[in-house]
Design a protein around this ligand. Structure first.
Ligand SMILES: O=C(O)CCC(=O)C(=O)O
Length: 292
């Protein structure tokens, strides 16, 4: 197995703020926590400055230019995109194994502190990252889905997502939309990535259909939204002449266990026994406030 940056369990560069120093400066207000609990998402919040955005864009371009080369380290490159790149959004997992800045983003206290706070944990574990890349004037959509529907080989559900925009993302360029309150709907079937945006609607009951009122969450470059792992979200095509690149980081509680001994949780990761703690090189603790 080719080794990437996953064995480094602390920042490699000094590009982002240090995890040392008072961490409470990154905490969310009580109102924000209440809002997140009520609607299942939060945003926009300021995550990265313009220099950090510029650097990450350059790193992303470099990965994009040599995606075939990087496939060995990336956990996954969306099959449907490989088959139909002019129709499907470029989506891949595992940039943190390939690039130092993407690696260090997972340890960024401006992200990990609020996420741990919302999960109600002192120790936060990294799950994986994702990139959603819509070129200008591209018809690709992201079908309505719950992140949790893809993660059911782990338990219990105590996962959370932050979506950082590297571009000004608005309705014209296909920004993310959320369905308020859908984090209380229970687990719904997974949608197929390269398919129709509305696949999920066939599985909703009458009340859920009535409550299906998407809320657009425009983000400026460097801003982020945070969502609960069961919040239904998705996005429409990019009708603008600007790219819309989203970098997504997924985290989980420190005591998450594996329920599937048959296949690795992510391609290239070691196999876990059923019931084993999800831990080790690929799933570092990225924040530990247990002694503070
Ligand atoms: O970029 C998108 O439209 C989808 C992103 C997504 O599914 C996520 O942030 O969890």
């Amino acid at each position: 197995m080719t080794a990437g940056l996953e064995s480094e369990h602390a920042p490699i560069t000094d590009c982002f703020p240090a995890t040392e120093g008072p961490l409470d400066r990154f905490e969310l207000s009580g109102e924000d926590v209440t809002l997140f609990e009520r609607q299942g998402f939060l945003g926009p919040i300021n995550a990265l400055n313009s220099e950090e955005v510029k650097d990450l864009r350059a790193r992303l371009d470099a990965i994009g230019e040599r995606i075939e080369h990087h496939r060995e380290l990336l956990y996954e490159v969306e099959e449907a995109w490989l088959e139909r790149p002019d129709e499907v959004v470029l989506h891949f997992l595992g940039a943190w194994r390939v690039d130092e800045l993407f690696h260090d983003l997972a340890f960024h206290p401006g992200l990990t502190v609020p996420l741990a706070q919302l999960l109600g944990v002192e120790r936060l574990r990294f799950w994986h990252d994702q990139v959603f890349w819509k070129p200008p004037l591209h018809p690709g959509v992201v079908p309505w889905h719950q992140d949790w529907s893809y993660w059911q080989r782990t338990t219990p559900e105590n996962h959370i997502t932050i979506h950082i925009s590297l571009d000004d993302a608005d309705e014209e360029s296909g920004c993310l939309h959320f369905i308020p309150g859908s984090h209380r709907w229970g687990a719904l079937p997974a949608a197929s990535f390269g398919g129709d945006i509305d696949q999920l609607r066939a599985h909703l009951d009458e009340d859920q259909r009535a409550a299906f009122q998407p809320v657009a969450t425009p983000l400026k470059a460097g801003q982020a939204s945070i969502h609960h792992s069961s919040t239904v979200h998705g996005s429409f095509a990019n009708r603008s002449n600007r790219p819309r690149r989203g970098v997504v980081l997924n985290f989980m509680g420190p005591d998450t266990r594996c329920t599937d001994a048959e296949a690795p949780l992510l391609q290239g990761c070691p196999l876990f026994a059923a019931g084993a703690l999800v831990e080790g090189a690929f799933f570092p603790i990225v924040l530990d406030r247990s002694s503070s």
